[in-house]
Design a protein around this ligand. Structure first.
Ligand code: NAI
Length: 256
């Protein structure tokens, strides 16, 4: 399928996990890809090779997205690589478990700066480019079911993803005049390195699965498929929404 002829996508935090799956899926559907992470390493090299094997172009740009200046520069660097940019997937994110009463300012800043501030300024930079170059850009933010439901001991993470929910709602209204669409994808429990502790703890995993109507963890490909849909013209009338990819977790009801 070539849903994305002549389209270029930047996926942040794409060395592994959901970001890597999004890169591979968008490439499979015809997109050229700009990968990103803190550091270019063998995972990035392997992904570039896989994407090139699909006859698509790929490169990797290093940037620390917890810093607004680097987030802004990443967009201008990405546009320079292949000459234009159509799709921005803000995937990079971090979480840290702590009792609310013990959260440090350092951890709070890391989470908010990565999950919300970096996203804010990367979108701003992308929007400035889209306006100037008359590009009908598309933004997909990797949110979480925790933009909607509570997650005790992850207060800063929930605050960041809750902020992302309203940022997307707000920008959908503000940016529609430029033909820019923006949506969130909200994964539930997905098997990635971020969930390694949970995956190693059978008892805890059983408890999590009890709350998921489809009774399994999500796969990175489940999330990437929805990102590809939202990035494509099939979603031309979709903006300001959140698509939950959670096996039914968010609004589940346990029949008695
Ligand atoms: P992951 O930890 O496997 O991958 C995240 C990637 O982002 C890593 O490659 C990391 O190096 C990169 N990253 C983190 N901070 C960065 C920064 N400042 N600059 C550049 N890159 C940075 O995580 P996963 O599971 O793939 O998560 C991706 C996104 O999906 C995150 O935003 C996360 O909050 C969200 N999510 C994940 C869920 C899950 O169950 N795995 C559930 C709900 C949301």
């Amino acid at each position: 399928m070539n849903r994305f002829e002549n389209k270029i996508a930047l996926i942040t935090g794409s060395s592994q996990g959901i970001g890597a799956a999004c890169a591979l899926r968008l490439a499979k559907d015809g997109c050229d890809i700009i990968l990103n992470g803190h550091k270019f390493d063998e995972r990035g090299e392997k992904l570039i090779a896989e994407i090139q094997d699909m006859d698509r172009k790929a490169t990797f740009l290093e940037a620390d997205l917890s810093k607004a200046k680097e987030a802004t520069k990443l967009i201008t660097d990405a546009i320079a690589v292949f000459g234009h940019l159509d799709i921005l997937v803000n995937n990079a994110g971090v979480e840290k478990k702590a009792n609310f009463w013990q959260v440090t300012e350092e951890d709070y800043d890391l989470i908010m700066n990565t999950n919300l501030k970096g996203v804010f300024f990367s979108i701003q930079s992308f929007v400035n480019y889209c306006r100037k170059s008359k590009v009908a850009g598309t933004v997909i933010n990797m949110s979480s079911v925790h933009e909607e439901i509570a997650f005790p001991h992850f207060a800063a993470y929930c605050a960041s993803k809750g902020g992302l929910k309203m940022l997307t709602r707000n920008l959908a209204s503000e940016l529609a005049r430029f033909n820019i669409r923006i949506n969130n994808v909200a994964p539930g429990a997905v098997s990635t390195p971020i969930n390694q502790d949970l995956l190693n703890n059978i008892e805890q995993l059983e408890k999590v699965l009890q709350n998921i109507p489809l009774k399994r963890m999500g796969k990175v490909e489940d999330v990437a498929a929805v990102v590809a849909f939202l990035a494509s013209d099939d979603a031309a009338y979709v903006t300001g929404s959140t698509y939950f990819v959670d096996g039914g977790l968010t609004y589940h009801y346990e029949e008695q």
